[in-house]
Design a protein around this ligand. Sequence first.
Ligand SMILES: Cc1ncc(COP(=O)(O)O)c(C=O)c1O
Length: 380
Amino acid sequence: MKFNTKVIHSGVHPDPSTGAIMTPIFQTSTYVQEGPGNHKGYEYARTQNPTRQALEDNLAALENGYGAACFGSGLAAMDAVIKLLQNGDEVVATNDLYGGSYRQLVRIFSKMGISSRYVSMENPSELVNHLSPQTKLVWVETPTNPMLNIVDVQAICRIAHEKGLLVCVDNTFASPYLQNPLDLGADLVLHSATKYLGGHSDVVHGAVIAKTQDLYEQLKFIQNASGAVPGPMDCFLILRGIKTLHLRVQRACENAERIAHFLKNHPLVSRVLYPGFTDHPNHTVAKRQMRGFGAMVSFDLKSGGVEEALKILKSTRIFACAESLGGVESLIGNPASMTHASIPREDRLANGLTDSLIRLSVGVEDVEDLLQDLNSALMA
Ligand SMILES: Cc1ncc(COP(=O)(O)O)c(C=O)c1O
């Protein structure tokens, strides 16, 4: 099946007991057995749930993986991936990664003997200089949040695999509609399904898709043993959201392109970060590995003032000032004081993340309304 068919049909089947076309929400904690061990493949709902299974099968198909494991949030999914490692191992990660991912590595896993270092992956050949005998996992986020840098996944995987390392790509910003990291050589793909997969800002959820049976089985073991599973209602909401993933992301990308060009020409704006610009440093990589440039746009004001930036966040009427991204509604945020507040200021500034940077998650509203909203807020 082609992608636009897979979002609707992969992994889902009409319910055999009623013919219901939508996957039922199996809101149960356990399953009746005819006798000990004599069951229908389901024993206890932390271990297996049919609604979750349908979603996992669907996600495995969308990312062209062997299998998927779902979790209660994107960070719970990351927690499961890091638990593939042992005490003494090291993670080498993209330097401008999501603040919560950074916090988990630095404040949780470092206490358990798993260290991490953060490097720019814009020039992949430099990766070898940052690897140590302890490095076991390369953690890639692309496009990065909120700087919208693009990492060449193929080149990173080539270098990492020569050293026998695993590569996990956080594909939250692109969504599987725009990018399939496993096809580019990655071993694992992570999604904060809270974002584009769910798409309606009504659920927190995470998923990891594994390329091989071996990695899939290890993740399923961790999913059951650590227990950070999502509820069936949340799995249903993600499954329903995915049915329109292609339509939503396509429209959001079209809107983002118009907005990026509008901001670039605006007299009050000093820089616009958007991989669709031909002068973006990684534009050619983005063009090669993605099927569109995404719907996230970051920008700075000429005044460079934090107060002015925060005033804009309070002045928009359609863009809502909120954390998160990837929903049908457009959001506006200030990463330094919101999503990335857990990253030390000097580290943020070293990566170009200024105190006044504004990040937009462009939704699927009428683009003329969005342009007018931004212009009014800027002029105010
Ligand atoms: C790129 C990225 N990865 C992971 C996460 C964590 O996901 P969740 O909030 O679902 O735990 C986020 C959340 O914003 C994110 O933006």
